[in-house]
Design a protein around this ligand. Structure first.
Ligand code: ZN
Length: 508
């Protein structure tokens, strides 16, 4: 058994959630559920990034207390988690003065003791949107921030800086040799090429009179942390760094960060350097995902092409959105394009006609002929089917261990297609006078359906819940539905009894 911390990035709480957040939560949740059903002690961490001038200003603009606005936005995120059936074990807030602040301040002191934090007068170009000072080389040809298309402001301040440049060589080494494994490979190369241009030290604080909404710098009331030591330390406070040593030791270091492509540098470079400076073990894996686009355009209010997760869930259900995030795109880390037609077709072909069809027709036919169940006595699973099941598990595990959800799901689809094809070819509904043959076909189908139920569960938890009911299993070993490539239901169970459940997916 492994202890695995799987963490999303913490969304910035100046607004409610959007499709990009839903995507990140779904990816992390699938991997958390997969690890749990593989027997790993898994901790799924998420939370909220709640400091900074954008949040402070937004609350002022809305004429609300800052914390009041934050509570409302946090609530929206929690509602989305519930709607998506994502299962975080912890939701850490950076405004948590009991659990988070002591961690951020303790890490600050560690870095300071190491001689990696120093004060200097600084003047630079600052993008308010990104909340970072931007080197001129990162601006576009018109001198604008390439993300916000706005001219950065010239700011002069005396701030604390973190000696990021000191860790350049060490970072190159641990990233290129996969001590910190960045997935997909093209994101790893991007980070390495960024590192090869050389690193500047980063601003680590702002003056408290300009920016009052933040964690005080230990020993200097005139400054607040900004933003790295505040936000990125959530991965430590979220598992108890300053208040639950036992839990912290159990889950540290981070097994996996699931983050968007726009913030990969902050995690792969700044956070890993902070850990090196603090003499702490670096994270094992960073999975960088793309964005959900709308007809290949970035979703934005001004383009009027924003797709709201709740709207999709209300029509198709959370599992359909989870399915789309899993198989709707190309390779790992690439953008996923949403169109209503594309989504609709994927839903009907994969879920209604694929998974839903085989589950419903197998259970219906079984219950029609054998309402009281059948004995498995003397039954031997077809060797071809046995081989396919084994193969699917192998591919499933290999893919999900490298965070390739799409190929992971395709291993399940292979079994779904196999079962549907077998059903069509053997035509069990036409067999009237050969009960032994009928029993054989049905038991083959039951075995495949059992493994589909197990393998589909991390992706489509509500659907898997309904599918488990079909088997009406009471024995705890059989009913655990845990990932075990060598387990066969028809071998372990003396008899099989199915029940019918309502259609898994309504045709839309
Ligand atoms: Zn910007």
């Amino acid at each position: 058994m492994q202890h695995r911390l799987i963490a999303t990035s913490i969304p910035y709480m100046n607004a409610g959630p959007h499709m990009g957040h839903a995507m990140e939560f779904i990816i992390a949740d699938i991997l958390a559920r997969y690890n749990r059903s593989s027997g790993n002690d898994t901790f799924f961490l998420t939370g909220a990034d709640e400091h900074g001038s954008k949040i402070y200003n937004k609350a002022q603009e809305l004429e609300k207390e800052t914390l009041e606005m934050l509570d409302e936005n946090v609530e929206l995120f929690n509602t989305l988690h519930t709607a998506l059936h994502t299962t975080p074990d912890e939701f850490i807030r950076t405004t948590d003065q009991v659990r988070h602040w002591p961690t951020a301040q303790a890490i600050w002191r560690k870095l300071e003791t190491k001689g990696d934090i120093y004060k200097k007068k600084y003047s630079g170009l600052y993008c308010e949107g990104c909340e970072v000072f931007m080197p001129e080389k990162d601006l576009d040809s018109e001198g604008n921030c390439p993300i916000h298309h706005k001219k950065p402001l010239l700011l002069e301040e005396e701030n604390y800086f973190f000696r990021l440049s000191k860790y350049e060589e060490q970072l190159k080494k641990i990233i290129s040799n996969d001590t910190v494994k960045i997935v997909p490979e093209f994101r790893k190369n991007e980070i390495l090429s960024f590192l090869s241009e050389g690193l500047n030290d980063v601003s680590f604080s702002r003056s408290a009179d300009k920016m009052p909404w933040g964690i005080p710098v230990p020993g200097d009331e005139t400054q607040v942390m900004y933003v790295w030591c505040d936000a990125l330390t959530n991965y430590l406070s979220g598992i108890g760094y300053s208040f639950d040593q036992e839990k912290f030791n159990r889950y540290y270091p981070t097994y996996l960060h699931v983050i968007g492509k726009d913030i990969s540098r902050f995690h792969a470079i700044i956070y890993m350097a902070m850990l090196l400076s603090a003499d702490m073990e670096t994270s094992k894996n960073i999975l960088v995902h793309g964005f959900v686009t709308s007809a290949w355009e970035k979703m934005s209010k001004s383009l009027g092409n924003v797709v709201v997760p709740e709207d999709v869930i209300n029509v198709y259900g959370a599992d359909a959105l989870r399915y789309f995030i899993t198989v709707g795109g190309g390779g790992v880390g690439e953008d996923i394009d949403y169109t209503q037609t594309g989504f609709h077709n994927l839903y009907n072909s994969g879920l209604v006609n694929g998974l839903g069809n085989i589950a419903n027709r197998t259970s219906t036919l079984f219950c029609k002929y054998y309402p009281d169940g059948i004995s498995t006595d003397g039954f031997v699973l077809d060797s071809e089917i046995d081989k396919e099941i084994k193969f699917s598990y192998g591919r499933y595990i290999t893919s999900l261990d490298v965070f390739d959800l799409r190929i992971g799901y395709i291993s399940v689809s292979t079994l779904i297609d196999l079962a549907n094809k077998y059903f069509d070819e053997e035509k069990p509904w036409t067999i009237k006078d050969d009960p032994e043959k009928l029993r054989h076909i049905l038991l083959n189908l039951v075995e495949i359906l059992y493994h589909i139920t197990i393998l589909v569960a991390p992706f489509l938890p509500q659907t898997a819940e309904k599918m488990r009911e079909i088997f009406s299993l009471t024995d705890s070993k059989l009913a655990s539905f845990s990932i075990d490539p060598d387990f066969r239901l028809t071998r372990e169970s003396k008899d099989i009894k199915l029940v019918t459940v309502p259609l898994l997916f309504e045709k839309k």
